[in-house]
Ligand binder design. Sequence first.
Ligand code: NDP
Length: 298
Amino acid sequence: MAATLLDGKALAKKIQAELAEQVAVFTEQTQKVPTLATVLVGEDPASQVYIRNKIRSCERVGMESRHIPLPADVSQEALMEEVQQLNRDDTVHGILVQLPLPDGLDAQPILDAILPAKDVDAFHPENVGLLSQGRPRYLPCTPHGVIQLLHRAGIETAGKHCVIVGRSDIVGKPLGLMLVQRQSGCGPTAANATVTICHSRTQNLRDITKQADVLIAAIGQAEFITADMVKPGSVVVDVGINRGENGLVGDVAFEEVSEVAAAITPVPGGVGPLTVTMLLENTLRAAQHQAATQTESA
Ligand code: NDP
């Protein structure tokens, strides 16, 4: 393997240690513990793993979590009422509704109902709007994780051609928005990219991906990006998580692309651990913001 491995697991541990210190200071100053509420509807095994992971991560950095499991046949109204109760609860700083919701439930009105100040996933239209204007309240977790991974490995995006394959509202689109801004939370070198976003209707995909200095795959198809789609010496970030017979694989054919790229993220152990870490960071920011607002209005 020629490529340098971008180790998301190790970086997540480091950032979580930094967050733990910040949480301790916040708690000492305010006598409050940043608290994340997680809502899980139904018993989807992958969602259960994600939620368990988020709860454990909260504990690791000294935050609290409040888990609300609901049956798969919960009504839209009852789910909405849970969200409204969490909105009203001053001891809850961040709210996360685990997606996807079971068939029959409409996720959009539920996500829209979360108070923007508690929207630690940064999915609310107000938060998306602020992000698109370059003045984010919270940074969306997976895109922020990708940017942290690049930045802390010393990989600059400024002036580079970043090609993102995938245009979802969770990964591709917000990541494109962040990379194209003049500034990022990690400074201007971790922004200012020339961004191309590709999707299933993109023609001549390989011609475009081969131009990428930084290629980011967020497709949801196992080993879709092959070595012949990658520019030699480029950086490849694999957001994909696909469950197959041999466990988890990404959207990138890791072995062969490693021979071409200069740096690459593994799956698992790449972007995934950073997604959770950025959720913790947003929960701390939410708690800080809400504490400051309460002090002002007292
Ligand atoms: P979506 O299914 O919402 O989006 C997939 C995107 O890939 C779509 O824009 C789709 O295009 C595009 N696409 C699909 N097939 C092709 C193709 N043949 N050629 C080009 N583009 C294609 O997925 P998500 O963005 O939610 O997730 C993507 C992957 O990332 C998944 O594997 C998911 O599990 C993983 N993920 C990982 C996270 C992490 O923390 N590591 C967090 C979130 C997601 P179109 O819009 O035209 O359909």
